[in-house]
Design a protein around this ligand. Structure first.
Ligand code: NAD
Length: 361
């Protein structure tokens, strides 16, 4: 599928529209603003898969009672350097900041903290949480899974056994060094983007039940109609885990740490009688304060090492070595200056959701 033309909109205007949509759908003004901020932030960093393309699905989740407005966190277990936090099924854009700030405060006091978050609504781009900890001067490591969200085949298999299980490491700096990726060849949102005429999937991203590789979003979603729902429940195939046995192994450990250790639950098995799934994110986060480790010049030394890595001669003429977080920082600067390009189908589905809620766009 070729890439289609886009509608470009300024970040500020898009944030206002998305906030209005959620307020009309039933959130408070504050919660609507949080959701809009984080979705647009994902678009700003270039991760359209976790941006405003999610608006219709989030609104539907709220209307169907699969995510709840106005929730806060409950601390289920606590010690000086750890906590188990329940997100009570609230919006990830409300629960995420509360859980992350909890871990940040403890790590700033004790030097480190491990937070096991369970039962949160979709927490979106995990880089937001790495960036939040980095802004507070902390290193952070995040293992994430999606309860009842199995759509990824393990290395050597064809059946869905993992969710897209993102892994993230954030290092303070300006911009922060930020590694943040799904452990599947592509995040599910990238299949969503491709199904709307956006960036095509890379070779071998999907696998069908017979073991044949595919780049066709219908392998995951079943037969597609324009503006129709994109539900992995309608398809038979799976996304493949990245990096052969190594990537598949990280995905496996995300399930154990974010699903089993947090108590939030793994991506599967899904009981055969299940007709509706309330999908939630689990996240095991480790926060470290460099000062407590005696690393007084940590930020400058990490930056110096990043510059050394970047000084490698490029493999191809005109190429460049980038460090994690650099593409996102560049895209953010560009999109803040020139607006956010949205696929026309994505824009149409947001406008249609807004109109259904009585907002004229
Ligand atoms: P991706 O494949 O675009 O990889 C992004 C990472 O690679 C970033 O750290 C980036 O800085 C780095 N990077 C990219 N190009 C680079 C280059 N040329 N040189 C050096 N580093 C480079 O990311 P993805 O797997 O598509 O994930 C997209 C987003 O989806 C992530 O933000 C992730 O957190 C999110 N996600 C969330 C969930 C959830 O359940 N909440 C699930 C899956 C994915």
């Amino acid at each position: 599928m070729a890439e289609l033309p886009t509608h470009t909109i300024a970040a500020e205007a898009l944030t206002r529209l998305v906030a209005d949509i959620f307020v009309r759908a039933g959130t408070s003004a504050e919660e609507g603003a949080h959701i809009a901020h984080h979705l647009v932030s994902s678009n700003l960093t270039g991760h359209d898969s976790h941006g405003v393309i999610r608006v219709p699905r989030y609104v539907l989740n709220l209307q169907q009672g699969d995510v709840f407005a106005g929730q806060t966190i409950t601390v289920a277990v606590e010690g000086p350097t750890h906590a188990v936090i329940d997100g009570n099924g609230g919006f990830g854009q409300t629960i995420g900041p509360l859980a992350v700030d909890y871990g940040i405060a403890k790590a700033q006091a004790a030097g480190l903290c491990v937070v096991a978050l369970r039962n949160s609504g979709h927490i979106g781009r995990i880089g937001d949480w790495g960036e939040r900890a980095a802004a507070a001067g902390l290193v952070s490591i995040h293992f994430v899974n999606v309860r009842m969200g199995q759509i990824v085949a393990p290395f050597g298999g064809v059946d869905r056994r993992f969710s897209t299980n993102p892994f993230c490491v954030g290092i303070p700096g300006d911009p922060p060094l930020l590694l943040d990726f799904a452990t599947s060849i592509v995040a599910e949102g990238k299949v969503l983007v491709a199904s709307n005429g956006g960036k095509p999937l890379p070779e071998g991203a999907l696998i069908d039940p017979d073991g044949d590789l595919s780049t066709d979003p219908q392998t995951l979603y079943g037969t597609l109609t324009q503006n129709g729902p994109r539900d992995p429940g309608n398809g038979q195939g799976a996304i493949r885990a990245f990096g052969d046995h190594k990537g598949s192994g990280i995905a496996f450990m995300c399930e154990i740490l974010a699903g089993v250790l947090t108590g939030g639950g793994t991506s599967g098995p899904i009981p055969p009688a299940t007709t509706r799934r309330r999908v939630t994110n689990g996240m095991l986060s480790i926060y470290l304060s460099p000062d407590h480790f005696g690393a007084q010049h940590f930020v400058a030394e990490a930056r110096a090492y990043a510059d050394y890595v970047k000084s490698s001669r490029p493999a191809h003429a005109g190429g460049e070595v980038l460090v994690p977080g650099e593409p996102e920082a560049r895209t953010r600067a560009d999109r803040l200056a020139h607006g956010i390009p949205l696929q026309l189908d994505t824009w149409a589905s947001i406008v249609s959701t807004a109109r259904e809620l009585g907002i004229s766009v």
